[in-house]
Design a protein around this ligand. Structure first.
Ligand code: HEM
Length: 285
């Protein structure tokens, strides 16, 4: 953001402007006053603040990443591969920043977490609609994930729209098909509201793309795309694992505030592969 260096009457002093008729242009743009008054801890424990703010920071990163992946999906649909790659590459830097924000919560002891855990009631990250939109964009769709949001019409409508839209991966597979690769019709015409299921034919397509790579020569744009997606997949997997380890440290095998079996349930979630065939195809190259 640019700063106006001179206040009226202080020309040449090179000090920032101090005099604004209303709120500062910074405030008008960033809404820092709104943002820094959204922290309402539920306990008296001084350690709850960083738990709450880390969660809010992650929600903001989820929002940016959803924006990047939606940009990438739309660009792929319009055959604007460089625009899609730029958005995917931005998202990998953002995923790295998201993952780094585990740091303040990665070493909680059970006693520290217990100091505010009961105040959370049934609240759980499982109820994060923006995280669910990320999963939908990755192809991990489930209509049941709309149910918790019935009481919040805007959130529910956005999530419902995302359920029926092609995921980022659907758009990738459509692009591969347009490039003449044999993506089967049942994959291209699949019910978009269902979870994407790995396909042996799609695995063969990625094996063909990667198999054509000439080491030392410039990469084909499809290998570049495949690698950008692999990077995204790896970083999402790392988020899930960092979450799992932080949870194991903070609460062992107790049940979650959201009602799941806790760590055992998260372990199952962390085993899922993002863009599955991009990983399995490597065995055939
Ligand atoms: C150390 C602190 C944390 C603990 C102990 C913890 C624990 C859990 C547990 C046990 C679950 C399973 C669902 C349940 O029964 O509640 C869960 C789910 C989840 N948590 Fe956390 N969590 C922590 C921090 C966070 C933070 C900071 C976020 C950021 C938004 C977050 C986001 C999520 C999400 C998105 C899910 C759903 C995952 C999925 O659907 O696969 N968690 N968490």
């Amino acid at each position: 953001m640019t700063h106006t260096p001179e206040a009226p009457g202080t020309e040449g002093s090179e000090t920032p402007n101090l005099d604004f008729a209303g709120t500062t242009p910074y405030e008008d743009y960033v809404q820092a006053d709104v943002l820094t008054h959204l922290q309402n801890p539920l306990s008296d424990d001084p350690g709850e603040m960083v738990f709450l703010v880390t969660t809010q920071v992650m929600e903001l990163w989820f929002t940016v990443i959803v924006h990047e992946w939606e940009t990438a999906a739309a660009a792929l649909r319009e055959e604007k591969l460089p625009v899609a790659l730029d958005a995917l590459k931005r998202s990998t830097r953002e995923l790295e920043a998201l993952n780094a924000s585990w740091k303040p919560l990665a070493h909680l002891t059970p006693a520290q977490f217990n100091s505010y855990r009961s105040a959370l009631g049934e609240g759980s990250g499982f109820q994060s609609a923006m995280y669910r939109r990320m999963e939908f964009l990755l192809g991990d769709k489930a209509a049941s994930m709309l149910v918790p949001h019935r009481g919040a019409p805007r959130v529910h409508d956005e999530l419902e729209k995302a359920l029926y839209q092609p995921s980022l991966y659907d758009e990738v597979l459509r692009l591969l098909a347009r490039r003449g690769l044999p993506v089967p019709p049942e994959v291209l015409e699949r019910d978009l509201s269902q979870k994407y299921e790995p396909s042996p034919e799609v695995e063969a397509v990625w094996a063909q793309v990667y198999g054509a790579e000439e080491v030392g020569a410039s990469r084909s744009e499809l290998v570049v795309l495949g690698e950008a997606l692999t990077e995204v997949g790896e970083l999402v997997w790392r988020w899930r694992n960092d979450h799992l380890v932080a949870t194991r440290r903070a609460m062992g095998s107790k049940v979650g505030t959201g009602g799941s079996a806790g760590v055992a349930w998260l372990e199952k979630r962390a085993r899922k592969n993002v863009f599955p065939e991009l990983w399995t195809a490597r065995s055939h190259v």
